[in-house]
Design a protein around this ligand. Structure first.
Ligand SMILES: [Zn+2]
Length: 338
């Protein structure tokens, strides 16, 4: 317990709160700008088990704000979940870390969330967030919504059955082109740091059972133009389709889209028609005849026709060098299969 002495002295946590943290389990969805900060805080605080779900690999342009990664990770093209777990294990070897290199979505959401005490939003897109909201409301798991873009960000803790859910506040995901994305607005490094630290504080309150201190409602903060606003929303919306009518259309959207353009990346993720484990070694051998192949134990990368195809063990590929899903799907079909 000595390593946690500074937070057990804080009376709202104390030795009892620390024991609760050590016995708790958190699922983190997305390990980028928000997720690396969330994971860093929670592992140092002594959350017993942290499951880190991320679909992507480390690139040099991540290092400006994704605090758990370094140049070696980018050069080796490691999956973010794996690279983060390696770094976190050196920070606190007493934490059980579960890196999951998968795309969080309707197919795996219940498996990844069912045993979590708290779920944290480290995603960068609304498609994933509405699935997080659906699964957390369905299974009754508290979660913390967080988002950061440009110089601003938002945080909102959600306790299903007690507080408004994401759809109480935003009934529908914004349409294409309706909101800033990291493609159009960029992101200042400190902003996701501030937002994620606030979200991590809400998570710690939830985990030690201090729900009376939750910052209920939507907190909006702009660190460049110096604005902080809290929209106090205290009761769920009476006709909310998710938390009141209990319909889960995002979770039930089986399979989701096959090809998804990734924000700020000039890249598209393609998912296999049928999920399954790929034999990466055999595929690497086959593909070495058509282009340059590099691999590590988690993925292989094929450079061909001016594109980089990063192919993961679960059958997904991230096609870099295009934002066009049709081009990406066709490259996938040509080199990986259908
Ligand atoms: Zn709701």
């Amino acid at each position: 317990m000595d390593r946690y002495s500074r937070q057990t002295i804080f009376p709202e946590i104390g030795p009892d709160g620390q024991r609760r943290l050590l016995g708790s389990r958190v699922t983190l969805v997305g390990c980028g700008a928000l997720g690396t900060v969330l994971a860093n805080v929670l592992v140092r605080a002594g959350v017993g088990t942290l499951r880190i779900v991320d679909r992507d690999y480390v690139e040099l342009s991540n290092l400006q704000r994704q605090i758990l990664f370094d140049e070696d990770d980018a050069r080796d093209g490691l999956p973010k979940a794996t690279a983060a777990a390696t770094k976190l294990a050196r920070i606190n070897s007493e934490i059980l870390l579960e890196p999951i290199v998968e795309d969080f979505g309707p197919d795996n959401a219940e498996r990844l969330v069912h045993d979590a005490d708290v779920v944290l939003d480290g995603t960068d897109n609304f498609e994933a967030r509405y699935v997080v909201n659906d699964v957390c409301v369905k299974l009754g798991r508290p979660w913390v919504y967080a988002a950061a873009i440009g110089s601003y960000g938002v945080v909102m803790p959600i306790v299903p059955g007690e507080t408004p859910c994401l759809r109480c506040v935003f009934p529908q995901p914004p349409g294409a082109g309706a909101v800033d994305t990291c493609d159009t607005a960029g992101v200042l490094g400190p902003v996701p740091g501030v937002i994620a630290n606030l979200a991590a504080t809400e998570a710690i309150k939830l985990l030690v059972g201090a729900r009376e201190h939750l910052a209920l409602g939507l907190l909006w903060l702009d660190a460049w133009y110096n604005t902080i606003q809290r929209t106090p929303i205290t009761a769920p919306v009476v006709d909310c389709p998710t938390c009141q009518q209990r319909t889960f259309e995002f979770l039930d959207g089986a399979g989701g889209r096959r090809a998804t353009t990734l924000c700020g990346r000039d890249a598209v993720q393609v998912r296999p028609t049928r999920p399954g484990e790929l034999a990466l070694d055999a595929l690497a051998e086959r593909l070495s005849a058509v282009g340059t192949v590099r691999s590590n134990p988690h993925l292989l990368r094929l450079t061909v026709e001016g594109h980089d195809l990063t192919i993961f063990r679960d059958g997904r590929a991230i096609v870099k060098g295009t934002g066009d899903p049709t081009v990406a799907r066709s490259l996938y079909a040509r080199y990986v299969g259908t």
